[in-house]
Design a binder for this molecule. Structure first.
Ligand code: SOE
Length: 393
């Protein structure tokens, strides 16, 4: 009989896509990793009572709540997990920090740099364990890449080249959802997926010194849905009925070049208009002694060119990152039995729980979330000014 370990009571706010990945991770973590606490899916919170009750039943939560404040103020809750739209991250995190709760917050940390700084300062002041869910750091192949770079396998790094491509809003009839509204999302492709490859750049290469960015919104207006559409139709009473439209106030695509503090060059591209790319993250790192290639659509592999190989035997070797010597991989299946997207959230939560036990945050923390936001902000400023911008931390 496994020894009884203390429960870690989770309050999860948000139950859509990220709420589902986090629920699965809280539930799975203790089944595959030795943990100092047993996560307990205590309360699932969402504004729509019916929606959150259905989700709680499906995802295995004991209680439901429609007011996040009640979750944050509940003395039974140990960890507040923020998986809501970006415009609510700050309010919830500040309240949770005040209540002394450990906080896991989805990326991007905040709507903007100002909010991110306040959130970072609040968790520093309160001393609560805090983490931003940049889950792609915990793809075994990415953690292995970091290990190889730190070990000197690539020598001096010259290039970090990353693309994050999706295509879910190419259709002009796709409605004006919250991710396409600046007041709810902060930015579009930039803060949503460019934030991920910026975080991976900071994780793998180091701090970014200066950037030059270009942002574009291809489709400027989209159909309104729900209450907003209703309001617009009412206002247009008697006039010719047409589909109410709203302004897209975020970017659809972003390009950026730049320089890391260690001299390596940065090359980023993120788009939601790359037809055929569903969740395409491609990374190439070139150094003086070797290169690494990674493609998330084949996420268990890492391709490595080693300049130290004999000259007649050189080429990109294909490392299947599923051995027990590889980060996280050994906890799952025998070599070659690959893992997926959902496992990266389990790895994130496992490290969060160990951090909670030690009372010390594990990266990426809110400080990393803030520094990510500094780079996002510099790229936005650069795109607006059409000039180079230094990243000020
Ligand atoms: C949408 O672009 C999204 O769900 C991101 O928000 C996630 O962070 C990414 O993992 C998958 O795509």
């Amino acid at each position: 009989m496994p020894k009884k370990i203390k429960p870690l009571r989770i309050g999860l706010i948000g139950y859509k896509f990220m709420g589902r990945t986090h629920s699965n991770a809280w539930r799975q973590a203790g089944h595959f990793f030795d943990l100092p606490y047993q996560p307990e899916l205590h309360t699932l919170c969402g504004r729509d009572l019916q929606g959150v009750q259905t989700a709680a039943e499906q995802l295995g939560w004991a209680h439901t709540e429609t007011d996040w404040r009640k979750v944050v103020e509940n003395p039974e809750i140990d960890v507040v997990d923020i998986s809501t739209a970006n415009d609510t991250h700050a309010e919830i995190a500040l309240a949770a920090a005040k209540q002394g709760k450990a906080i896991l917050c989805e990326k991007p940390l905040a709507l903007n740099l100002k909010e991110a700084k306040v959130m970072r300062d609040a968790v520093l002041k309160s001393g609560v364990v805090n983490m931003v869910c940049h889950n792609y750091r915990r793809i075994p192949a990415m953690a292995q890449a970091r290990r190889m770079i730190e070990r000197g396998d690539l020598g001096k790094i010259y290039h970090y080249r990353a693309r994050y491509l999706q295509d879910w809003i190419v259709d002009p009839s796709f409605p004006l959802v919250w991710r396409l509204q600046g007041k709810l999302a902060g930015s579009g492709t930039h803060g949503d997926i460019n934030a991920h490859i910026i975080d991976l750049g900071r994780y793998l290469i180091g701090e970014i010194d200066e950037v030059c960015g270009l942002m574009e919104t291809f489709i400027k207006q989209r159909p309104l849905t729900g209450a907003e559409a209703g309001r617009m139709s009412k206002a247009a009473k008697g006039k010719k009925r047409s589909q109410p439209m709203g302004e897209v106030t975020v970017d659809d695509a972003v390009l950026a070049i730049g320089r890391f503090q260690n001299g390596a060059l940065l090359n980023l591209e993120a788009s939601r208009f790359a037809l055929g790319r569903k969740n395409g993250i491609q990374i190439e790192i070139n150094g003086s002694q070797g290169s690494l290639l990674f493609d998330f659509e084949d996420m268990n592999r890492l391709k490595f060119f080693n300049n130290r190989d004999a000259s007649d035997a050189q080429g990109f070797r294909d490392i299947l990152v599923t051995e027990s010597v590889h980060p996280y991989a050994g906890q799952w299946w025998p070599p070659g039995h690959i893992i997926g997207y959902e496992h990266t959230f389990v790895h994130t939560i496992v490290d969060f729980i160990h951090a909670f036990k030690k009372g010390q945050s594990v990266q990426p923390t809110f400080e990393d979330g803030y520094r990510n936001q500094c780079v996002l902000d510099a790229i936005e400023t650069s795109s607006r000014r059409r000039s180079w911008v230094k990243v000020k931390i």
